[in-house]
Design a protein around this ligand. Sequence first.
Ligand SMILES: Nc1ncnc2c1ncn2[C@@H]1O[C@H](COP(=O)(O)OP(=O)(O)OP(=O)(O)O)[C@@H](O)[C@H]1O
Ligand SMILES: [Mg+2]
Length: 285
Amino acid sequence: MGIIKAINLVHEYIKRDEDNNVSDIVRALDDVNIEVEAGQFIAILGHNGSGKSTFAKHLNALLAPTEGTLVVDGKNVKDEKNIMDIRKNAGMVFQNPDNQIIASVVEEDVGFGPENIGVPTEEIWERVDNSLKAVGMTEYRKHSPNKLSGGQKQRVAIAGVVAMEPKCIIFDEPTAMLDPNGRKEVIKTAHKLNKEKNVTILLITHYMEEVVDADYVYVMEKGKVVMEGTPRAIFSQVDALKEHRLDVPQVTLLADELRKSGLDIPKGILRREELVKALEKNMAR
Ligand SMILES: Nc1ncnc2c1ncn2[C@@H]1O[C@H](COP(=O)(O)OP(=O)(O)OP(=O)(O)O)[C@@H](O)[C@H]1O
Ligand SMILES: [Mg+2]
């Protein structure tokens, strides 16, 4: 069984007026089925308001399902006694690193979480060492987070999550506030944690380029999963993605245009090198 299993998951936000009468119901998750195996790198795409963050908050038991079932690491989120375990096993990284960093020295910030849950001092330092190494920030351990770049700050925030040793890390648009270099640093770090520490990754993003190396992709719209498949299968469907108000990676779009103009180029090109190869074949003909 998968580490995350959502079965017909529904979440409704209920708004009430001054008299406590229900004034509005927003069905933010509408019959969502998502399954993630331990060790996978999963991406979730979707336009604004499609329900991505609402789903993420369920994985950490910050929100409870209105209907349906969600099991995280074999534990049903509906059962109160599982909540501490679920929080421990699902770490969250958010958009703004400034909201996630608390201490004035990098290494103290990374050690804060483990200290808070009573990890013995010696082990805290071991975890801090390992986490900083995992995100490539060891040389900044004595620095003040304020002076770091956005990408570096976000990597410190990630180290703080890694120090809690979760089985799964959910990244909710972790690169939205970063420049292109910062974005690359963060995505590279997520893949490194996935490969080297076998952490299951869920990446929520608006940037199509960040999804190319995921194992599997879900596309959400209006609370529903509307597409799912490997990145190649998803990005082969340029028109369907446009319908869901999503882009495709630029190189995929270019390959699509070239095919439409008559060149023999396969669907679902994801990387520049693949396009170059396909063009070379056309020229050799
Ligand atoms: N606390 C809340 N109360 C009421 N409605 C909410 C609340 N949070 C989100 N919603 C609504 O639920 C729907 C899904 O929102 P959600 O934040 O999950 O989407 P999202 O895919 O993460 O969007 P974005 O890309 O903008 O982050 C939207 O219609 C949103 O307005
Ligand atoms: Mg969101």
